[in-house]
Design a protein around this ligand. Structure first.
Ligand SMILES: Nc1ncnc2c1ncn2[C@@H]1O[C@H](COP(=O)(O)OP(=O)(O)O)[C@@H](O)[C@H]1O
Ligand SMILES: [Mg+2]
Length: 258
């Protein structure tokens, strides 16, 4: 009897699209101290996924591990699948070239360099032949953030905290990322400015940018989340849609001050 499975298998392959990002059993240690104890989650294309957690839960560790930031005495186990390919341990500029852009906690702009120079650093992994497109993207950033355009020739250190956060986001966008990692964009900003920053994140999401957001301002973050996870001392303890977690009594008590 001849018998072939080719047809259904091919069909399945055509239909299967891996998640944009899939984290599988991620374990991280700093020396002997455990920071992540086996974390699993996914981010689908076009989603805004939020991770909330208390200080020290391991949120920044997740972000740095995805974007390939190397740290002393850090051990990583598990997988970081980007479109199905494990990128764990790759160099950070390679990961950026693949399309992951990281806005780090505390922004990390270069205060002595001008606003424009800071933005251009975001494009450093792009090919020179894209010069025209890069110039166009720079103009688009200045359109979106007029204050950055007005101050393009000034040292970035003169910007306010909120403006520096816009600059850090703008810099990340200059690499034309498929996935934007935002680590506590609200940190140290006045409430009104935080609202601005969240407005920008919402706009980016509406424009189709896939976003992984880590935030201590759980309320605002969950409001813009398609899906969210709660991280507690290196473990995911809850997950659901943003709306579900906003209503969850455990989330309310621990993170929403209710
Ligand atoms: N470079 C490091 N060396 C040693 N311990 C670290 C380092 N970075 C983070 N940690 C520890 O790992 C845990 C998780 O930190 P982090 O990921 O920064 O948490 P979060 O961003 O959720 O506040 C904390 O206990 C923190 O003290
Ligand atoms: Mg952090």
């Amino acid at each position: 009897m001849t018998y072939t499975q080719e047809w259904p298998i091919e069909t399945m392959q055509e239909q299967y699209e891996p998640p944009l990002l899939e984290i599988v059993d991620l374990r991280v240690w700093y020396g002997a101290a455990t920071a992540l104890k086996g974390v699993d989650f996914i981010v689908e294309r076009g989603e805004v996924v939020v991770i909330i957690g208390s200080n020290g839960a391991g949120q920044t560790t997740i972000m740095k591990t995805i974007s390939g930031v190397v740290e002393l005495r850090k051990t990583v186990e598990g997988q970081v699948l980007f479109y199905g390919t494990d990128i764990a341990g790759q160099q950070t500029h390679k990961i950026q070239q693949l399309g992951i852009s990281h806005v780090p906690e505390g922004r990390r702009i270069f205060p002595e360099s001008t606003v424009e120079e800071n933005l251009m650093l975001g494009a450093y992994t792009r090919f020179k032949r894209e010069r025209g497109a890069i110039a166009g993207d720079l103009d688009a950033i200045f359109d979106r953030f007029p204050v950055l355009g007005e101050r393009r020739k000034r040292p970035a250190g003169y910007l306010s905290g909120g403006e520096q956060q816009m600059l850090a986001i703008g810099r990340a966008l200059m690499s034309r990322p498929f996935l934007l990692l935002l680590d506590e964009p609200s940190l140290g900003l006045a409430p009104l400015i935080v609202a601005d920053v969240f407005e920008i994140i919402k706009e980016l999401a509406a424009g189709g940018t896939t976003i992984l957001l880590v935030e201590q301002m759980a309320n605002m973050a969950l409001e813009i989340a398609d899906r969210a996870y709660v991280l507690e001392t290196g473990e995911i303890t809850l997950e659901g849609t943003g709306a579900q977690l906003l209503e969850d009594p455990r989330v309310k008590e621990a993170y929403l001050g209710a």
